[in-house]
Design a protein around this ligand. Structure first.
Ligand code: SF4
Ligand code: SF4
Length: 388
């Protein structure tokens, strides 16, 4: 896609609305980030993270390149997660305690849902209100699902940020995935059902124990049985290859498309959320550029021979940029509402509502680790500087 730098710089009609949009995103992200980080962390770090999120909002609105700037934000979120939770090796080199191990994440929550329900039932029956704390996790998930639904996987998930960022690095796919790969697109749903049942049977977070590549360096591996530990490590290594090498070879989000149970979970529950990407049949000339560009294998042939967007779409916007005839758009429940092209009216388009919701959610979620990661980096640089 050609970048018309000059026309961006002279697009005065959209400059002020973009500034307004940027401020609207900055406000809630800065407020929640400060509350989440608390007084233990210098106010500069949450403010810097909020400014980064707000800048993404500005450039998305001003340049209309949704997926390009979304990806910068999303990869930044994932990188900060890795810095804060996965560079524990550096803590030995730098004698620092700032690096933590990976906590339980939303992927584990999805596949342990039955256990969760059972625990809530026990808490309810016990009458012990102190056990009700975990209930808030379900409300947080429900809230995020209603606000951004499937967009979670392209705007807020740190796993998705790794997958997505890596898939954008190669210029061309070294390995063509073709239509065959799409046939395995339902595998994460089957994996989710399997994990739901086996997690309930063993009352354990089976995904974390057996598959999560980010848990590989932690104490989660079976301490007693060497054979089990080897199998766990083998499966985690396999997942790590799908997460890292898959996107680099195929330019597709292989982990999110074929191995993530939470992606299947959100594809199901995301129907509650109003945002959709739809094909405008009047504009589409069936060139299939969108099919090739979709990193999530979420576009398939419809009954009329034209493309159709499936429930696996996570609203990344990549296909909107790839379509040569403007045949795709963001919508609310598939309806054609608000298609203002310039000025402040654009703030009321479904695209603006989606980007606002997604960035505020992603920015707020990222505040759990991104400001701390900034401080980690600052601490390391300071140590390096003072050691010379
Ligand atoms: S259909 Fe479009 S918006 Fe949805 S995941 Fe694929 S490229 Fe992204
Ligand atoms: S890229 Fe656009 S015109 Fe081509 S098939 Fe997809 S929606 Fe239709």
């Amino acid at each position: 896609m050609k970048i018309h730098v000059k026309s961006y710089l002279t697009d005065r009609e959209n400059f002020l609305p973009a500034v307004a949009f940027c401020v609207a995103v900055f406000g809630p992200v800065a407020f929640f980030s400060r509350r989440i980080t608390g007084v233990g962390l210098n106010a500069f770090y949450p403010a810097a993270w909020s400014a980064f999120t707000a800048l993404a909002a500005f450039f998305i609105f001003y340049t209309r390149r949704v997926s390009f700037y979304r990806r910068i934000f999303f990869s930044g979120l994932a990188l900060s997660f890795l810095v804060h939770f996965k560079l524990s090796l550096l803590s030995k080199i730098f004698d620092s305690s700032c690096f933590k191990d990976t906590p339980f994440c939303h992927i584990a929550i999805a596949s342990s849902f039955f256990n969760y329900m059972y625990q809530q039932y026990l808490a309810l029956m016990s009458g012990d209100w102190r056990l009700w704390g975990p209930l808030s996790l379900a409300f947080a998930w429900l809230f995020f699902t209603l606000v951004i639904g499937r967009a979670w996987c392209s705007w807020a998930c740190f796993y998705g940020g790794i997958d997505d960022g890596l898939s954008s690095l190669p210029k061309k796919a070294l390995v063509k995935t073709g239509a065959l790969a799409g046939k395995f697109r339902d595998f994460p749903a089957a994996l989710l059902i399997f994990l739901l049942l086996i997690s309930l049977a063993y009352m354990l977070p089976v995904y974390c124990l057996w598959l999560c590549p980010l848990k590989m360096t932690s104490a989660f591996l079976d301490p007693g049985d060497a054979l089990i530990r080897k199998v766990q490590l083998g499966l985690m290594l396999f997942a790590l290859v799908i997460l890292l090498a898959g996107p680099l070879l195929t330019k597709k989000r292989t982990f999110c498309s074929f191995l993530c149970p939470f992606g299947a979970w959100q594809a199901f529950w995301g129907r509650l959320n109003p945002f959709r990407v739809v094909v405008d049949e009047g504009k589409c000339n069936a060139c299939w550029e969108c099919f090739d560009s979709c990193p999530m294998f979420a576009i398939r042939a419809g009954h009329d021979g034209k493309p159709e967007v499936s429930a696996y779409c996570n609203l990344c916007g990549e296909c909107l940029a790839a379509c040569p005839s403007g045949g795709l758009r963001y919508s609310v429940f598939g309806m054609k509402v608000g298609d203002v092209k310039t000025g402040f009216g654009r703030l009321l388009n479904p695209e603006s509502f989606l980007v606002f919701s997604a960035l505020v959610t992603g920015g707020t979620f990222g505040a759990l680790f991104a400001p701390a990661a900034l401080k980690d980096i600052f601490d390391i640089l300071l140590r390096i500087a003072t050691s010379y």
